[in-house]
Design a protein around this ligand. Structure first.
Ligand SMILES: CC(C)(COP(=O)(O)OP(=O)(O)OC[C@H]1O[C@@H](n2cnc3c(N)ncnc32)[C@H](O)[C@@H]1OP(=O)(O)O)[C@@H](O)C(=O)NCCC(=O)NCCS
Length: 150
């Protein structure tokens, strides 16, 4: 993140992704970007990093849970070809169900899809970042309902 931010001062946490591996499946257990830094491509960068790590480790699938109400996160996952695979009733502490999503990493077509997304994201982060090292300005929020906190 610091390389992308172009900053040299003491780093602070503006985002994280956590995942675990079980046999041939990677599972993303948490992903979040600090509210002040959302909408600038960092969530996508974190997701892409997790996917690339899973590919490096020859995982076949990545799965995750998401709140049905968290449409913004679902949009991010769908962009990376995650599809709904089921529902986990009462998964969250407040009783909300989880939607299960997963993507098959094994196909050639997925690798080329990923290549396109990677190039697009790299261009976006480079092109739009102002010369002072700050990231592109934040896009307007469209009714985000947090599925996680930072
Ligand atoms: C979900 C989250 C990680 C996304 O991070 P982000 O840095 O804001 O996302 P990005 O800027 O990288 O956007 C990536 C994609 O997410 C979706 N997205 C992000 N912000 C959006 C917005 N304001 N409106 C619509 N879609 C949006 C889009 O699909 C976007 O791709 P696009 O730019 O090609 O349209 C972030 O919103 C977050 O931390 N939310 C709270 C925690 C959370 O809900 N975690 C997921 C738990 S399952």
């Amino acid at each position: 993140m610091n390389r992308i931010l172009g900053r040299s001062e003491k780093p602070s946490v503006i985002g994280y992704v956590g995942f675990r591996f079980e046999q041939a499946e990677a599972h993303i257990s948490t992903i979040a970007v600090h509210p002040d830094w959302r909408g600038r491509g960092l969530g996508e960068l974190l997701l892409l990093t997790a996917i690339e790590k899973a590919l490096d480790l020859n995982m076949h699938v990545i799965s995750l849970e998401v709140r049905p109400s968290n449409l913004l996160a679902q949009r991010l996952y769908r962009k990376y070809a995650f599809r709904f695979t089921g529902t986990q009733p009462g998964y969250y502490r407040d009783g909300e169900n989880a939607r299960l999503m997963a993507v098959d990493l094994t196909s050639e077509s997925y690798r080329s899809h990923l290549d396109k997304l990677r190039r697009h994201l790299a261009t976006k982060l480079q092109r739009e970042a102002p010369g002072d090292g700050r990231l592109p300005s934040k896009r307007p929020n469209v009714g985000q309902i947090d599925g996680d906190t930072l």
